[in-house]
Design a protein around this ligand. Structure first.
Ligand SMILES: NC(=O)c1ccc[n+]([C@@H]2O[C@H](COP(=O)([O-])OP(=O)(O)OC[C@H]3O[C@@H](n4cnc5c(N)ncnc54)[C@H](OP(=O)(O)O)[C@@H]3O)[C@@H](O)[C@H]2O)c1
Length: 243
């Protein structure tokens, strides 16, 4: 049987690492993209080797067109068929609207939206070469319900949400395209205790989510949802319906 390959961006830590692990458990070999977290992806390779799963680590800075193209080129050298892409890499930063200069805005769009756009485009031949394939975008509930002082972030995730729907229509029936929209899943490392308490108070299920909560939704969309495309699954403990 042909090996199944999944490309996961930002696979060296946190949500991306857990999504890669979940897909490996479901029988996928992994193209683990990292920018700086090479150690996490290498550890994943060692962890999965005894089970016979292959992990190729690909380094690329997705903030530039050259970095996005490099990821496409390196992926093509690893495989001619691609069964899934999980676009997880992203940046998140709190900046009041008046202080978002063009460099910050452009970087946010490049990593959070342009990278998924042009990487999927660059790998379309490999996706279509697989019998069935899919793309999963990791968006955010803030794509539809903005957070104050995150305008450039919210715009980038809203663009990614529309890309999900646009590609679901255009790439069907060969390629399914869906999204997972986390709420507060793993707090950014720089959130202080007061901010964490404030966020938790708004989550009906009463807890911060976990990387495995998101990974389970990714695995569902990749492995168990052959008749689902153009959809967004919120993994947010109910926060988006309680607003
Ligand atoms: N955590 C949450 O509660 C939450 C909520 C809503 C949405 N999300 C979304 O879920 C995704 C993962 O979240 P997370 O919390 O795991 O994020 P994170 O800890 O901030 O990690 C960001 C990931 O993006 C990659 N990345 C950052 N800058 C990059 C660049 N210039 N080029 C290539 N890759 C780059 C990082 O790669 P390296 O580590 O290799 O540098 C890392 O894997 C993101 O898209 C985020 O917006 C998360």
């Amino acid at each position: 049987m042909r090996a199944k390959w999944a490309l996961v961006t930002g696979a060296g830590k946190r949500l991306g690492l857990e999504a890669a692990r979940a897909l490996a458990r479901r029988g996928y070999d992994i193209l683990a993209h990292v920018n700086g977290s090479t150690e996490g992806a290498s550890a994943l390779r060692d962890e999965l080797a005894p089970a016979g799963r292959r992990v190729h680590v690909i380094q690329a800075d997705l903030s530039t067109a050259a970095g996005q193209e490099a990821l496409v080129v390196q992926t093509k050298t690893c495989t001619s068929t691609l069964d899934a892409i999980v676009h997880n890499a992203g940046i998140f930063e709190r900046v009041p609207f008046a202080e978002i200069d063009r460099a910050r805005y452009d970087r946010m769009q490049a990593i959070n939206c342009e990278a998924p756009f042009f990487i999927t485009q660059g790998l379309l031949g490999e996706l279509r070469a697989a019998e069935t394939s899919c793309v999963v975008h990791v968006t955010d509930i803030a794509a539809e319900r903005p957070l104050s002082a995150y305008a450039h972030y919210s715009v980038s995730k809203a663009s990614l949400l529309m890309l999900t729907r646009a590609l679901a229509v255009e790439l069907a029936p060969a390629v399914r395209v869906n999204a997972v929209a986390p709420g507060t899943v793993m707090f950014p490392e720089d959130f202080d205790e007061a901010t964490r308490t404030r966020f938790l108070a708004r989550i009906p299920l009463g807890r911060e989510g976990s990387a495995s909560d998101v990974a389970a939704a990714v695995a569902y969309l990749v492995c168990d949802a052959p008749f689902v495309t153009g959809q967004v699954i919120a993994v947010d403990g109910g926060r988006s319906v309680a607003l």
